[in-house]
Design a protein around this ligand. Structure first.
Ligand code: ZN
Length: 256
């Protein structure tokens, strides 16, 4: 009964709209209202997140540098050191070692596959990829497109920060020809790494839900050091580093 009344009155409203020649503006003002409600809800959720941000963390902290295809950097300067023969930023040697030891203790030995890579090295990988595609008969344009899909753009890979580590469950890695594949997350050992990374100050940097924000597809092996409080917050609220840095910037702007 109630439904009928609503339907009838809706029909009247739309009839009136058509007669008045303003059905389109009616519809668009409704759409505006809905999007305004949505915008307000999103804004208040954002305000709550900003209020809850960890204290004493700044978007300009060295550990929180954002490097991606939209934020490119020339070679950065920092102290380097090796973990198991792989070069990383010296400041993460201790948390990264603890992370790897934690995995081993839990019964899931892990392999540190890759850490710091120089901008020059990325350029070489990039050029090699284009040359390989061209050698396979692709045009210059095709070769560039394919390379962009699989290789981080020079100056745009966070491996140059020394804060990124590709870590694989050793058993899975060895059983799969030392490949980095997202399906490694089916292995319990890789799941352990993803789940416990924040305990050591790392996050899985390229999540499935974050692909649009990071510009990189899901990678179940690429961990990024951000510090424990930031890692806990990012995971709790399912934020990419890009989104987290924006929230920090908003807090800093509001405090000025
Ligand atoms: Zn990586």
């Amino acid at each position: 009964m109630l439904k009928n009344v609503i339907l009838k009155s809706l029909a009247l409203v739309s009839l009136a709209g058509v007669l008045g020649g303003c059905s389109a503006s009616n519809a668009s003002s409704k759409a505006h209202q809905t999007s305004a409600v949505k915008t307000t809800a999103t804004q208040s959720k954002r305000q709550k997140l900003i209020k809850a941000l960890p204290k004493g963390v700044k978007s300009t902290d060295a550990d929180l540098i954002v490097v991606n295809k939209w934020h490119k950097y020339n070679e950065l300067t920092f102290h380097k050191a090796a973990v198991g023969g792989v070069t990383v930023r010296k400041s993460i040697v201790s948390p990264l070692t603890a992370f790897l030891n934690g995995a081993e203790k839990a019964g899931y030995p892990a392999t540190l596959v890759s850490g710091y890579r120089s901008v020059q090295y990325q350029k070489e990988v990039w050029n090699e990829s284009i040359e390989n595609y061209e050698a396979q008969g692709k045009t210059e344009k095709q070769a560039l497109k394919l390379t962009k899909e699989y290789v981080a753009i020079p100056r745009g890979s966070e491996h140059q920060t020394g804060l990124a580590a590709d870590v694989m469950n050793t058993n899975w890695f060895n059983a799969h020809n030392s490949q980095l594949l997202s399906s490694s997350d089916k292995a319990k050992g890789q799941q352990w790494l993803i789940k416990h990374a924040p305990d050591y100050g790392f996050v899985l940097r390229f999540t499935k839900s974050g692909a649009k924000s990071t510009g990189i597809d899901y990678e179940s092996w690429h961990f990024r050091y951000v510090g424990k409080s930031s890692a806990a917050f990012m995971v709790k609220h399912n934020l990419t580093l890009e989104q987290y840095a924006k929230l920090l910037q908003a807090r800093e702007k509001a405090a000025k």
